[in-house]
Design a protein around this ligand. Structure first.
Ligand SMILES: [Zn+2]
Length: 88
């Protein structure tokens, strides 16, 4: 890892923290989803609400569920001089 310099105060007194977040992604859609499906899916859902609701009900009965565990590994740099933090 290269030595970082604080963008705020220019200090090289930087502390690194490894951050691991586990996000269970089943409620929110990704940007890709919105670009590919979201823009037509939402109006379609309203226009064909009854049909879709029935379809979703059937899917629920069949136990179809989209669940994803996404693990984000990133390192956060914290300036020991001014407290500024950023992702490395
Ligand atoms: Zn700083």
């Amino acid at each position: 890892m290269k030595k970082s310099v604080c963008s705020k105060c220019g200090s090289t007194n930087i502390n690194y923290q490894a951050i691991t977040n586990t996000i269970q992604k089943n409620k929110y859609h990704s940007l890709t989803w919105w670009l590919c499906i979201g823009w037509w899916w939402i109006p379609a859902k309203w226009f064909f609400f009854t049909g879709i609701a029935l379809f979703m009900f059937v899917l629920k009965l069949l136990g179809v569920r989209k669940k994803k565990n996404i693990i984000i590994d990133r390192t956060k740099a914290v300036c020991q001089n001014c407290g500024n933090s950023w992702n490395v």
